[in-house]
Design a protein around this ligand. Sequence first.
Ligand code: ADP
Length: 493
Amino acid sequence: MSETLKNFIGGQWVLPKKARLLEDRNPATGQLLARFPASAPIDAQTAIAAAKSAFPAWRATPAPKRGEILRKASQILEKRKEDLAQSLTREMGKVLVEARGDVQEAVDIGYYMAAEGRRQFGQTVPSELAHKFMMTVREPLGVVSLITPWNFPIAIPSWKMTAALILGNTVVLKPAEDTPICAARYVEVLEEAGIPPGVVNLILGQGATLGKTLVTHPDVSAISFTGSTATGKLINSQAAPLLKRVTLEMGGKNAILVMEDADLDLALDGIVWSAFGTSGQRCTAASRLIVHKKILAEVERRLVARAQKLRLGNGLDAKTDVGPVVNGQQLVRIHRYVQIGLKKDKARLLCGGSIARSGKLAQGFFYQPTVFTNVAPSMAIAQEEIFGPVVAILPVGSLEEAVEVANGTRYGLSSSIYTRDVNRAFYALRRLEAGLVYVNAGTIGAEVSTPFGGVKETGNGHREAGQAALDFFGEWKSIFIDYSGRLQRAQID
Ligand code: ADP
C-alpha cells in the first residue's frame, strides 16, 4: 500500500487543502510508492512564514546547542542507514551500495557541521589605532530556500540543510518531484533529533509552481539550488533584481584524460565507475574520455568489454551493477542524445545505444551502457549534459591538446587525469577549468570537508560543503571596539 506524504510546516505534518496528489513511482518496477501533494504558492508562503517566525529563537540558540541537534540527527541516520538506503534505491533507482553512500554523506556532513557549532571561527585582526580591538563573527541570513534535485536525494538536502542550520538560518526545503520520500524521511530525522517547530519546513510539489514564491518572496534571504543550468539561470534572473543571495550548482560535462603512460587497469576501474555509476546521473559523472591516440584502441576494447559485462537491474538486487534512470522523460532524453550522436554527429557507436527492454527491465527505465568513439569536441554528445550511462571518447595527440579539449565546454565541475608522470599531472591540474580535479582517480569522490562546486556554467562562484559552505549561508559582521576613551579616526590619525 502506498502512503500519502505531507508537507512539514511549523512543526506539523499537513496536507494542503484541496491539493491535487502526484504519484511517486519506483523507476525499476513502476510500482507506486507514494502520493504527495502538488502544493500551491500559498503553501510555500505559509512555510516561509513559519520559518520567519522561528528565526529569532533559532538564531539566539547557542551554536553548540544547534550542533547537538545535528549530531543527534546524524546518529539517527546512522542507525537507520540501511532502511533509508533501501527506500532511496526504491525511489530513484541507484544501486544499494551507492544509496548507502548517499545516506553516509548526510551522516558525515551532519557531524562536520555539528562540530562547526563549536568553531565557526571569526578573526581577530590588529587595528592601526591604539586601544582599538577588531574582530569578525558570522551572522545568519534569515530564511533560506533549498531547492534540490533527485540524484542525491538525501545527501544534497543534507549538505545545504546542515550548513544553513548551524549558522542559525531557518529553512524551507523543496525537494525534486521524483524523490519526495527521501526528503520526508530526512526531515523526520531532523524532527526526531529535536529541531524546533518552524526551523525546518518541507514543501512538496512542482518546482515550476512553487519556484517563484520560494525565490522571490520578500522574507526569503537566500536560495540554494542544485539542478539543471536552465532552471538555475531562471532562478538567478528572478533573484538578481531583488538582490537575493543565490548559490547554483548546475550541469557538468566532466572529462577523464587518459595519457599514454597511464596505468590502464586503474584508469578502466575509474572510468567504469565514473561513467556508469548511478547510471551516469551524477553531476560529476564522466561523460567524456579524452584518450591519447597511442592507447586509444586498447582503451576502446577494454572499456567495451567492461561496459558489456555490466548487469542492469533493480538496484536492490546485489548482483546489479547499473540501476534504472530516474524516469521515462530522462530515458527518452538520453535516447534522443544517442540518436543525435549516431545520425547527426556521426560518431562511432561501440556498444549500447538502446533502451533495455528484456524481461523485467521492460517494467522500468533502463538504458544500455553506451560508448561512442571518434567523437569530435564540437559534437553535441561532447558538449551537452546527457545525464545517463553514455560516454564519448575523444582521441587526442598530446597532453596539451587533451587539456584544451577538456576545457572546451561551457561547464566546469569535475575533471581527472590518469598519468604516472608527476609533471604531467601538475600541468593538467593547474590548467583544467573545473572546481574539482582528480589525479589517478575518476571524476567522482568528493568528500564533505572540501569545497564542492564548479566554474563557468556549472556554478555562480559559491561552493558547498566544508568551510566554504559557511561563507554562503552566513554574513560576515566586522566589530570594532574602541577602548581609548577618545575619538580616534582610522586612516587619518
Ligand atoms: P533536473 O533536470 O535535475 O530535474 P531541474 O532544474 O528541473 O533539474 O530540477 C531541480 C530542482 O529544481 C527540482 O526540485 C525542481 O522541482 C526545481 N525546479 C524546477 N523548475 C523550477 C523553477 N522554475 N523554479 C524553481 N525551482 C524549480
